[in-house]
Design a protein around this ligand. Structure first.
Ligand SMILES: Cc1cc2nc3c(=O)[nH]c(=O)nc-3n(C[C@H](O)[C@H](O)[C@H](O)COP(=O)(O)OP(=O)(O)OC[C@H]3O[C@@H](n4cnc5c(N)ncnc54)[C@H](O)[C@@H]3O)c2cc1C
Length: 453
């Protein structure tokens, strides 16, 4: 006889989608509750009518070590939409550039001193510091959790030019916080995961990207799976409280006053939305306090449509020294093969955008164009056809010093209630892989439940 349990997933972001897909594949009865009118959460496509295009809410890149994300893409049939280029570009304001490599001896050269002005001594010092960092990722000093990434770099003797050319940018990309605030422990843990995966799979960790919009990548295929397995999706269903009686989940109360009956729940909302939902869980105060302390970091993304090409040489380019205005420029023509009949699209990202988040869209675009003109001669004559500025004040939870041990496990004291979401405890920082890995763990816990009495 089939499992009579009613499984309810709260939240239709990647963690919730993956949970619902995998529970459905396991033959369970699933209802997915999403408070918005669309699925995808923080990774979604948007329309830009004026230029008849469908960009994303912010460029999302995918590391080759995102094993759980690839498992999800295989489940929903969209694995083919992720590409790995041969390396991005590091670009300086005077137009000089260096190609970042991730394989073989060229990768070592990138890691240990990619700066074009670095002298041989600085390169040797950078190589030694890189070895020291790698060793300390796997054999972590006891005080790492008390250090910022900058303090850790200083202690390892990483030269300023190597930091400028690569390491500060890499750290910002991994934890979306500037090195002066970021927890060295968070950065080291992610590097350690990368090193272990690299050793296990015997391949370098590459940075890839979707060749299509995020809805096509994550949502369309999930809807096909839901259709096939009879998963019920309820949009604009705002969960308020998970009811628990006698140590078991009994239902989910919605904001409209109705109750969705449930025998098992995956609560896959971000830390910013957890308040109230777990009030009936004995350890709720501890989880709420952690959610609060994890806080948020802002990201500003701009989909910038120009009337001519910028003159990029790779799919993505890091603007060295531009941090605070633009970290990366993504060339969507190269990435997706989009038509340039109406305009050229460049996706610009600023992580840890504590200043920018408060500026108007016009100010942000003016500032970004001024910066692009310093890096790309072609930008000097370029006109903006259309610009979409996406401000995300709560883009991810914050990974500053003192936060690494706060993330709650997927397992709770109530076996039929599990947590998921990028902010729960995983091997990764606030990433799509963290969201999907948390879903894999949450679903495994539910699939281990004894059959219903
Ligand atoms: C601009 C930007 C760029 C990024 N770049 C990258 C990148 O390059 N690489 C990478 O790996 N990651 C990146 N990330 C991070 C990544 O997008 C997130 O880590 C991931 O999407 C989080 O998924 P999630 O399911 O945990 O949470 P969410 O996507 O936030 O999903 C949670 C869902 O729950 C719903 N919800 C909340 N409360 C309720 C409620 N009470 N009832 C019902 N539904 C509710 C929400 O509406 C939402 O749909 C980026 C994020 C942003 C914002």
């Amino acid at each position: 006889m089939g499992d009579p349990r009613r499984y309810v997933v709260i939240g239709g972001g990647l963690a919730g989608l993956a949970s619902a897909v995998w529970l459905a594949e396991a033959g369970k009865q699933v209802t997915l509750l999403e408070r918005r009118g669309r699925l995808g959460g923080r990774a979604h496509a948007m329309r830009a009518e004026a230029v008849d295009d469908t960009p994303d809410n912010g460029q999302h890149v995918i590391a080759s070590g995102y094993d759980h994300l690839f498992r999800y893409l295989t489940s929903v049939g969209t694995r083919e939409y992720v590409a790995f280029p041969h390396g991005g570009t590091l670009r300086w304001p005077d137009g000089r550039s260096v190609t970042m490599r991730t394989k073989g001896i060229a990768a070592w050269r990138t890691l240990s001193g990619a700066h074009p002005d670095a002298n041989p001594l600085e390169r040797v010092r950078a190589a030694l510091a890189t070895l020291r960092l790698g060793w300390q990722c796997l054999h972590q000093p006891a005080d790492l959790a008390d250090l910022t990434t900058e303090q850790w770099f200083d202690r390892a003797g990483m030269p300023a030019k190597a930091r400028e050319a690569l390491w500060d940018w890499l750290a910002l990309g991994i934890a979306a916080e500037p090195v002066q605030r970021e927890s060295a422990k968070v950065f080291a843990d992610v590097l350690a995961t990368g090193i272990r995966l690299g050793l296990r799979h015997r391949r370098a960790v590459d940075i890839g990207y979707p060749t299509t919009d995020l809805d096509t990548l994550y949502v369309t295929g999930a809807l096909r799976v839901f259709d096939k397995h009879g998963v019920r999706v309820r949009h604009r269903a705002v969960a308020r409280r998970i009811h628990i009686a006698d140590g078991r989940v009994t239902g989910v109360a919605l904001a409209d006053g109705t109750i969705v009956p449930a025998d098992a729940v995956v609560c896959a909302v971000p830390n910013s939305s957890i308040g109230g939902l777990l009030d009936e869980l004995p350890e709720h105060a501890e989880i709420y306090a952690a959610a609060d302390k994890l806080g948020y970091t802002p990201i500003v993304s701009t989909n910038l449509y120009l009337d001519r090409p910028l003159g990029t040489t790779a799919e993505f380019e890091a603007l060295i020294g531009g941090t605070g205005v633009i970290d990366e420029v993504f060339d969507r023509q190269r990435m997706t093969g989009r038509s340039t009949a109406k305009a050229w699209l460049y996706c610009l990202t600023t992580s840890g955008a504590y200043e920018q988040i408060h500026k108007s869209s016009d100010e942000i675009v003016a500032e970004q164009m001024a910066l692009l003109r310093r890096y790309y001669p072609a930008a000097r004559a370029a006109n903006v056809v259309q610009a979409q500025v996406v401000r995300m004040p709560k883009a991810t939870f914050s990974q500053v010093v003192g936060t690494h041990a706060l993330r709650p496990a997927q397992r709770t004291s109530v076996p039929t209630l599990v947590l998921a979401g990028d902010w729960t405890a995983t091997d990764w920082s606030a990433t799509m892989e963290s969201a999907v890995q948390s879903a894999a763990r949450a679903v495994d816990l539910l699939l281990e439940l004894p059959s219903m009495a």
